[in-house]
Design a protein around this ligand. Sequence first.
Ligand SMILES: Nc1ncnc2c1ncn2[C@@H]1O[C@H](COP(=O)(O)OP(=O)(O)OP(=O)(O)O)[C@@H](O)[C@H]1O
Ligand SMILES: [Mg+2]
Length: 265
Amino acid sequence: MLEIRDLSVTFLKGTVNERKALDRISFTVEDGEFITVIGSNGAGKSTLFGAIAGSFPIDSGKIFLDGEDITSKPEHKRSRYFGRLFQDPVSGTAPNLTVEENLSLVLLQGKKHATPLSRISKAEREMLKERLSALGMGLEDRLEQPVGLLSGGQRQALTLLLATLYPPKLLLLDEHTAALDPASASRIMALTESIVRENGISCLMITHNMQQALSYGDRTFLMNTGRIVSDLFGEKRRTMSVEGLTEQFQQSVGEEYANDRLLLF
Ligand SMILES: Nc1ncnc2c1ncn2[C@@H]1O[C@H](COP(=O)(O)OP(=O)(O)OP(=O)(O)O)[C@@H](O)[C@H]1O
Ligand SMILES: [Mg+2]
């Protein structure tokens, strides 16, 4: 369970460009809960993920994970708790290493006695092949190929597998399908949902796609100017239409709405 209490982040403090990106945000993510996050450009969505992962210092507030205060833990020590995917499929994998090498690195990282020269076993190689095959992207036949040669969709599927090979306490998805063609995007979304649900992973997913925000997950946060302005769940969310959510978005975001790269399909 993740608990965020009164979290604030200001960038470029004391300069003319000072910007309050998160303004006393508080919420809880229960075990296995899948929350979608929607909001205008600059609302603070990515900043929220960065603050949770420890990518930069926060002004004030507390972050608890399973009751442990991780607020001052450095990023590298938090990384084993969190899986993180970005819009750019290139960011999650090492391009010059093969599919198998990328997977082996993650697999070996999770082992106590592995050294840089350790190899994965034959059984583990078979397991990885099966996991790749389950992605349905033909990656099981490309184990020896450098990741840089894969398509964006294949690469994002691999990144998803890498991030969940050892299920994290929380998966942070920052518009992870936004850079993909529509067919790959829907394939990656379907994979995301099945991996998240089958492993009971808690998940926060940022999207600009209203339909995606409502049809995936259990709960939706609408963010604006560093705050959560709407928290939709239960019956209210189930009966919410894309039009209804758009209207709510429009009301809370105001004139910025016209400039937003909002997707309504
Ligand atoms: N490293 C940084 N340095 C300075 N300002 C930043 C930094 N990162 C974000 N900001 C500012 O903080 C605010 C929130 O940015 P953030 O990236 O969290 O928005 P977002 O909701 O993810 O938007 P988008 O939908 O465009 O991705 C913006 O005004 C942004 O310009
Ligand atoms: Mg962002």
